[in-house]
Each structure stands twice: as C-alpha cells, then as structure tokens.
Ligand binder design. Sequence first.
Ligand code: GLN
Length: 485
Amino acid sequence: MTDITSLTLTELVKNIKDKNLSSTEITKAFVERSEKSKELNTYITEDFTSAINKAKKFDEKPNFDLKLPGIPIAVKDLFCTIGVKTTAGSKILNNFIPTYESTVTQNIWNQGAILLGKLNCDEFAMGSSNETSFFGNVQNPIDKNLVPGGSSGGSSSSLTANLTPVTIGTDTGGSIRQPASFTGTVGLKPTYGSCSRYGIVAFASSLDQAGPMSKNVKDCSLLLEVISSYDPKDSTSIEFKRNKYSEELTNNIKGKKIGIPKEYRVEGMSNEIEELWKKGIEYIKECGAEVIDISLPHTNYALPAYYIVAPAEASSNLARYDGVKYGFRTKGENLIDMYEKTRSDGFGNEVKRRIMIGTYVLSSGYYDAYYLKAQKVRRLIKKDFDQAYSKVDAILTPSTPSSAFKIGEKTNDPISMYLNDIFTVPVNLAGLPGISIPAGVDKKGYPLGLQIIGKAFDEQTILNIAYSMEEKINFKNKITDWWIK
Ligand code: GLN
C-alpha cells in the first residue's frame, strides 16, 4: 500500500470507514513523519501524545457516521484551542492557553477529527511569507530556499510535506490563497460570514475569514462543509442555506459564464503568469464554460485601501494586549510604563508598523482623509463586483503576481511584500469567496495558482469550476523529501 501520509482526506476517510486503516495507524503515521520533518519549522506546538491517545479512544468506540472519523488534523496557530497553547505567532501570546475553543475547530472535532498540533504563521497573520513569526520562518517543501507563503505558511508547508492530510488557515487579504498558490495546493477563502470568527485571534475583523486548505478540490469541499456554520457567538456570522458542498460537487460547468477582468493584467506581472492565465482560460472553455471580458475598474485602489482598513482594525484589535491579560508582561515603573514595555517587547516589527499606521489613519484630522476614504473605495470595489456578477457566474484570475520568492528576498521591503497581495485583497474587501488551485509551474519548476472568485454565498459554483479545471490541469506536486531526518 502507498504511504498513509500521501493519501488525500477523502481516501483516508474511505480507508477508515472500510476498516482498512485505524485512526491510530493514521495518526501515528502523521506523527512519525512530522517528527522527522522538524527542519521545515511548521509546528509551533505539537500535541502528538494526546493525538495518539485520542486516536486509540476513537478506535475503541468508532463512529463511522462522522465526516472526519478519527482523522488527525493540524491547524494554524490562530485558532484558539482549549487547553492547548495558542500564540498567533507572537511573543506576546507565548504563554497563552485558551479556556475556550474556536467554533471552526470545534466543528472539526465534532465530526471526529483529532488535533495534531498548532502550525506556524506570520505574527497575528500579518505577512505574506511567514517570516514575521516570532517562532522563525518556515521552509517551503518545494525548495528549501523558498518561503511557503503567508500568513498561513505553516499550514501550506505541513500540507505539502504530508504532515497533515488537510488543514485550516485564515485569510484577511490572501493568507489562504497565496500560500496555497506557492506550494501547489488548494486553498479557499469563504464568503465573509460563512465561517464563524469566534475564537480566532482577530487581525482585521471586517476581513478575517477561516477556510480549508487541501491537496485537492474534493477534500476542500468536504472540509468547508464541516467548518461553515451559522454561529450566534459571532455577530457577523450569517444564516443562509449552506450546501452539502462535497456531495453536490460536480464537474459539469457547461454554460457557466466566467469573467476575465482586464485590470488584473498588472504592470510588472511576469509572462509566465500571463501564459498560465491564458491556459486557464482555454481549460475553462474546454470544460464547456463561456468566457466573457469584464472590467473591475477600481482594482488599482484595492491594495492601498486594504493597507489602510486592515491596519486600522488591527490597531484597535491589538489594544487588548497590555500585559494585564493573556500572560506576557514586562515589568515597568508604573502602569503606563508597564504597558509600553510589554508592547515594545511583545510585538515584532511588522505588527508595530501596522499598529502605528492604524492609529495614524484613525486619528482625528486624518480619519476623513484616510480611513473614511478607504471605506468609500471599498464600497466602489464591491460595486464593481456586483456589476460584473450581473453578467457572469464567476471570475478567473491568477492567484499571485509571481511564484514563491526566496526567504529574505522581500523582508526589508514591505511595499514589495504588500504588492504580492494584489490579486487576493479585492476579494476580502468585497467579502466574496475565492479559491486558488494549482495550475502549472514556472521555468524554475515552482508552482503557480489560478484564482476563481465567486458570488457571495456561492462557494458551490467556484468549487465546481475548480473541480472541473483540476481534472483538465492534472497538476502533480514534486516533493523530494529533502528535509526528512
Ligand atoms: N499578506 C496580507 C497582509 O499582510 C494578508 C494577510 C492575511 O490574509 N492574513 O496583511
């Protein structure tokens, strides 16, 4: 039999249900491989002993009616897990053990899954390369010199390296789709309000969404089905009829209208991305869909608007880390001094930069010129999409303007780092669902992704389009296990 850890989620579930594999066998296989894969630095907290115990318990009294029966899963360290340290990649949460569970992870455990551990990420999910993590950078299994993307870089790397069968990330401006694109995997950001934000360490509350990351579209649809739910504990959670995404998945997309936005042909985009996009358009036509040119005129303003709105919300959300709550404290001479020292010691540079930008754009005299203006731009971006969706069912774009870049390449150039989010950010600003699927490789053999953006609450359509394209593209990731000790 093939190596257990290289099986997809769907295959593992089938093997468990058919009693070919036990949860203990599967969990041990992922734990053993993770033990040998420390060089990648994907885990912040391992929960391996407890995972194996839970797997044994599951095998004693299995429930095969569950959707994730006895399946071990590692999650981004931004999801609060009861009794298990949750750091958000930050020193300031270095000794924080939540007394509550995020709704999204609770949904996963309710379906029989088992926590393997907490995965590395950019500090408070601010970054595109996982280099802002207090716990160090993560390597991309494709090539040791490459970043795995960010902020869900520990998730994308673990998934690609077969350390977890699927995983979950969060996406505020691209943090699921960009790392998926950099590692040749699938990542979906659901519609804002689809997955509960309860128990997720907040970055920018009007943009943050949790979502599935997987090796194929089928697994992605199954995991979305599990995590998407209405939650009264999140005031922005939305009650709508959720599909049975995995059961309703079909590769029949005949007659679907797919928009190609001309504004996504940005300056400086490599020919390879342009070629990939063209190929994607051909594939989609072969699948029976109709391709239509559309315009999203305010695309150019999405990035500047995002880098005002997101830091503004972050500066407000991060005010709670004051040395009084959450454990970490640096002593001071008085209360104010303690606040200042705690925050200077506890936050990294990128987080401090965002807090400063955020407080600046929210301060009196600048609020109207920056924050309010950015909110107006956001409204226009949403309007562009609304107009496009009167003509098309979904939109096809590249996921990122380049393949994975080198570790250290953009660390000292925040603007060039931010530019990496150019294709993903508009989707968050408009609250829409978007999925990135692997679609090819560049000259160096590094994966490249295509993004399919859907109408609000219409995850099923983008999953179906992704599913039919996946069949045509037939992408295979090349992993050499160079990191295995
Ligand atoms: N790279 C973007 C940022 O740094 C997006 C991060 C995210 O989606 N969490 O803000």
